[in-house]
Ligand binder design. Structure first.
Ligand SMILES: NC(=O)c1ccc[n+]([C@@H]2O[C@H](COP(=O)([O-])OP(=O)(O)OC[C@H]3O[C@@H](n4cnc5c(N)ncnc54)[C@H](OP(=O)(O)O)[C@@H]3O)[C@@H](O)[C@H]2O)c1
Length: 229
């Protein structure tokens, strides 16, 4: 399948690398191709720059956000939450319309340091803002509650643990669950919470996620919902 990815950070790299490994044709989008390739500084987490990762990729192609949108039958939003609406606008609404958008973004504001705050919560969410701004796309929110490496390799966390999914289009969610299974997620561990308003709940897991990360000193953990009899 042709897949377009918005975002060159650790999530974009993890998802693009996995999809290419699975045989998909992937274009990963950025604001400025030349600037992204020229940047040789470590990222905000001290990890190697995109250019170092990209040199090792033989199958993933880099383009603009619009190139990624045009290429993808399915699209994945891996852009910074505070910039996702801008990134999608620059991809061009007509290039997005009618397509599934897997939204992994979180509305995290790091401008005042750690822990970050949420730019939207309680009565709205970034997933809903995206769906409202682009009514013709099928937004499916998922994967935003786990670390990038865990997204594409759930066995990094031992045992059963959960992923949440929500969105307004049932067929789109079914297609995304099929894709998630190819990443290694067990269908039984994927909770469909309902329509896109449920993105409020999964995005609001981030304040606890970042604090657990601070305590555990590893990003390789996840939530496991245990149901009583
Ligand atoms: N890191 C994780 O493990 C993790 C886990 C769960 C969810 N998430 C969510 O996944 C998303 C990606 O996270 P990340 O850590 O991979 O990367 P990130 O640093 O949050 O985002 C990087 C991407 O955002 C784009 N971007 C930044 N400012 C922009 C602007 N003003 N306009 C348009 N695009 C802009 C960048 O574009 P350029 O390529 O042009 O620089 C880059 O492609 C975030 O929303 C994050 O909350 C992350």
């Amino acid at each position: 399948m042709n897949i377009g990815i918005f975002g060159t950070g650790m999530v974009g790299q993890a998802i693009a690398g996995k999809l290419a490994e699975l045989g998909h044709s992937v274009v990963i989008g950025t604001r400025d191709v030349e600037a992204t390739l020229a940047n040789t500084s470590p990222n905000a987490y001290g990890l190697p720059p995109f250019s170092a990762w990209y040199k090792q990729q033989t199958k993933v192609k880099l383009g603009t956000f619009a190139d990624a949108a045009v290429h993808g039958e399915v699209l994945v939003n891996c852009s910074s939450g505070v910039a996702s609406l801008d990134a999608l606008k620059s991809a061009g609404e007509k290039n997005l319309n009618g397509k599934i958008l897997i939204d992994i973004s979180n509305p995290l504001d790091f401008s005042k340091g750690f822990p970050p705050t949420l730019t939207v919560c309680n009565t709205d969410s970034l997933g809903e803002q995206i769906q409202r701004a682009f009514p013709e796309i099928k937004v499916v929110k998922t994967l935003n509650t786990v670390n990038a490496m865990v997204m594409v390799n759930p066995s990094l966390v031992p045992g059963d643990h959960n992923l949440f999914i929500c969105g307004n289009d049932s067929d789109a969610k079914d297609s995304v669950v099929k894709l998630l299974k190819t990443f290694g997620w067990k269908e039984v561990n994927i909770f469909d919470l309902g329509d896109i308003t449920n993105a409020r709940a999964t995005e609001m897991l981030l304040p606890i996620w970042v604090r657990l990360y601070g305590k555990l000193q590893t990003p390789f953990f996840n939530f496991n919902v245990v149901v009583g009899k």
